[in-house]
Design a protein around this ligand. Structure first.
Ligand code: SF4
Ligand code: SF4
Length: 343
């Protein structure tokens, strides 16, 4: 029997409902994943449930659908979508858990079909927006209804100094707060690589976890049994590779090979975020025929910006490095800059 203790699903779709959110965390990563600026902070539309179900059924697979955003509970028909999807598939959530709809969700959805609720606990924002008590109430509601739920705060460097205080506060409310890595810049340093020994201890972060974000040349199962659904329904391999796998309202077609990761730094290593599915992919097709794929054009732009405006050069894609060198070497002034600052 397939249930939360023994979930049997064939593929994992990371569904970005929109980039809209009711909070405004200063470390928000949603804008860092190569999203096109034209889709940022746009309205959240209802899910076309019948078209979505039809696409999933036609592909003859059982799915894990991970709702993320932005804030997925802003979707007007999110509870209806969950009711329908959990009849056959599994779901999971990344949510800030501040929506009033959480009550209806907890009452109507079978916890056995919800693999995990990552209840992101953005403490400073919750305090600022006076939503801390709503978060705690919703968390305990889900926990008491038997959902597999975790309170996870982002390990933003200035917050870690107060980690003991906040852990104690939440423990008194019956919530075990944990911290997870922050991915991004802070005061001229890039994280998670720049965490101090003390900070790594607070996070329980070993080298193995930091290596998760350094995937260049390693095997990845995106495209084979994992994909990202963008707010307009388009499905791509991952945030770095926008090669299409279809559209969630029209059809989905996975490839028959694993790939080798083309980027030096991955913000969201999908292979590590669902290890059972990654292992399943390896056991089915093996590593031998794995394909190299070109990364997302936006990532190349982002890396050019890093190089010229922020003088960051650690996370360049190898192909990008080659392209930049070829282009810049043709011009006398840029050649001088390149020789001085990069090579
Ligand atoms: S709750 Fe999440 S999506 Fe919303 S602003 Fe904070 S980090 Fe960004
Ligand atoms: S960038 Fe894409 S291919 Fe590389 S590890 Fe991350 S999810 Fe996989």
């Amino acid at each position: 029997m397939s249930n939360i203790r023994n979930p049997q699903y064939d593929a994992y779709l990371h569904l970005i409902t929109s980039y809209q959110c009711n909070l405004e965390c200063n470390y928000c990563e949603a804008t860092q994943y190569g999203a096109n600026p034209s889709v940022l902070y746009t309205k959240t539309y209802p899910i076309n449930i019948s078209a979505l179900k039809k696409t999933l059924n036609n592909s003859n697979k059982i799915y894990r659908i991970n709702f993320t955003g932005g804030e997925p509970f802003l979707v007007p028909n999110i509870v209806e979508a969950c009711i329908e999807l959990t009849k056959e598939h599994f779901i999971s959530f990344n949510t800030n858990l501040t929506s009033k709809k959480v009550k209806e969700f907890a009452e109507k959805i079978n916890p056995e079909r919800v693999l995990f609720i990552n209840a992101s606990c953005h403490i400073k924002e919750l305090e600022r927006k006076n939503l801390l008590s709503r978060y705690i109430h919703n968390f305990l509601l889900c926990k008491n209804r038997g959902f597999n739920i975790g309170a996870i705060e982002v390990g933003y460097p200035p917050l870690l100094k107060e980690s003991d205080k906040y852990k104690k506060y939440f423990l008194e409310k019956g919530i075990d707060l944990t911290f997870w890595v922050y991915v991004g810049p802070y005061k001229g340093k890039f994280y998670p690589d720049s965490y101090s020994k003390k900070e790594r201890k607070i996070l329980g972060l070993t080298k193995k976890y930091i290596d998760w974000f350094h995937q260049y040349g390693k095997l990845c199962n995106v495209g084979y049994n994992v994909g990202i659904i963008h707010p307009n329904g388009d499905i791509s391999y991952c945030f770095a590779i926008n090669k299409s796998l279809g559209n969630i309202y029209e059809g989905i077609k996975f490839k028959d090979k694993l790939i080798r990761c083309p980027v030096k730094f991955c913000n969201c290593p999908m292979n590590m975020y669902d290890l059972p599915l990654f292992r399943k992919a390896i056991s089915e097709v093996g590593p031998y025929d794995a394909e190299w794929i070109q990364p997302f054009k936006n990532r190349i732009k982002e890396n050019m910006k890093n190089l010229f405006l922020e003088r960051k050069q650690n996370y360049l894609i190898d192909n990008t490095r080659k392209l930049i060198i070829e282009k810049i070497m043709r011009n006398k002034f840029s050649r001088k800059y390149l020789l001085k600052h990069w090579i």
